[in-house]
Design a protein around this ligand. Structure first.
Ligand SMILES: [Zn+2]
Length: 358
């Protein structure tokens, strides 16, 4: 049945309520198909990146969906018709689809995790556990440096219909904890053991069976060994560009037709590409940018920084201060004529003092 026909069929007499029509699907990837309800030219890398994320989630968890059943994703201006009062959602009921707003397309990484897990043999699990899996594989929950997310007892957040926004990071940490302490197969067994809506007694039985301890004992271990939060692994994966001595330089393609360029959905020509950079030591770095159009670079840590800003924009000739670790350099443009960008980075705070690029 075509999408339009399915939308109409949902409004036939006898059904309790009409379901909102879906936008047309306009492009198919290997695992995902997309409908975009916005004036956007779809770039070559967008579906490719989502396809890779589906593969990543499956391989991380050791699960699989039917590879011939493409997942429907809708990028829409306003998700309220489908998601009610949440910004983005995965629906596994009258339609099997993810809805993401064009103003916050990063939600796709989180919703696709729900989509993959729910569509596998695991089905719908406990809400907190479900948000934890989506959070650790598809989000970045770094707190503002110097603050912490709340850490309530597990018995107060498991077996609930709703998960408070401020408890999402704890859910991600709990999933990381289970994987680290018991292994990924145990996490998958736990997800499989608990069905959405099960009471706390069932959750407790599943914990005893899979983790060999009741929720209280699991919580005591979790309080001691809560893993660190981290950046979004969906965005922080991929090849890293090496340093050339003291200098790092990278040439980025910005053409929409390039297989690594993805839409930002913020405007018709909004697009970006990214590369991973390992920063060996802390310090101030000069950033030099050259492009054949309007473009910018944003530097995002793949870890939760202990101080400073979470991300920073750099422009022509700016100075950026970083701590050691892995970063994602994102190159953005909304200029249809921009096709290439070169960025150079070098330390300016060591004994040799500031140095001009050579
Ligand atoms: Zn979620």
């Amino acid at each position: 049945m075509s999408l339009r026909a399915r939308g109409l069929a949902a409004c036939l007499p006898g059904l309790l309520a009409c379901q909102p029509l879906l936008p047309e699907l306009e492009a198919e990837g290997r695992r995902v198909s997309v409908g975009v309800q916005a004036d956007v030219e779809l770039c070559a890398g967008t579906l490719r990146a989502w396809d890779r994320h589906v593969d990543f989630v499956e391989s991380e968890l050791g699960i699989a969906r039917d590879p011939t059943d493409r997942m429907e994703v809708y990028i829409v201006e306003d998700t309220a018709r489908w998601c009610d009062d949440v910004m983005a959602c995965y629906i596994g009921g009258w339609v099997d689809a993810s809805f993401v707003p064009s103003y916050a397309p990063r939600a796709i990484w989180h919703e696709l995790v729900h989509h993959v897990v729910s569509g596998s043999d695991l089905g719908m699990t406990d809400r907190f556990l479900s948000e934890g899996v989506a959070g650790t594989l598809g989000d970045s929950w770094c707190p503002t440096p110097g603050t912490d997310w709340p850490h309530p007892p597990l018995a107060t957040v498991l077996a609930r219909e709703e998960v408070l926004y401020e408890h999402y990071p704890l859910a991600a940490q709990f999933v990381d904890f289970v994987r680290q302490e018991h292994g990924t197969p145990a996490l998958v067994d736990l997800v499989d053991c608990i069905d959405r809506g099960d009471p706390l007694s069932t959750v407790d039985e599943c914990a005893q069976r899979v983790l060999h301890a009741d929720i209280g004992a699991v919580d005591r271990r979790f309080q001691v060994a809560t893993p660190a939060l981290h950046g979004n692994p969906a965005l922080c994966s991929g090849p890293s560009a090496p340093w050339d001595g003291r200098k790092w330089r990278f040439d980025a393609e910005l053409a929409c037709s390039d297989p690594d360029v993805v839409n930002t959905f913020g405007s018709r020509y909004g697009r970006e590409t990214a590369v991973i950079v390992d920063l060996p030591r802390a310090g101030a770095y000069a950033v030099e940018l050259a492009a054949d159009g309007d473009a910018s670079v944003e530097i995002e840590p793949c870890f939760c920084p202990t101080e400073g800003s979470l991300s920073s924009s750099a422009n022509q000739g700016s100075v950026w201060v970083g701590e050691p670790g892995r970063y994602r350099f994102v190159f953005r443009t909304a200029d249809p004529s921009a096709s290439r960008l070169r960025v150079e980075l070098w330390p300016i705070d060591d004994d040799e003092g500031a140095q001009a690029p050579t």
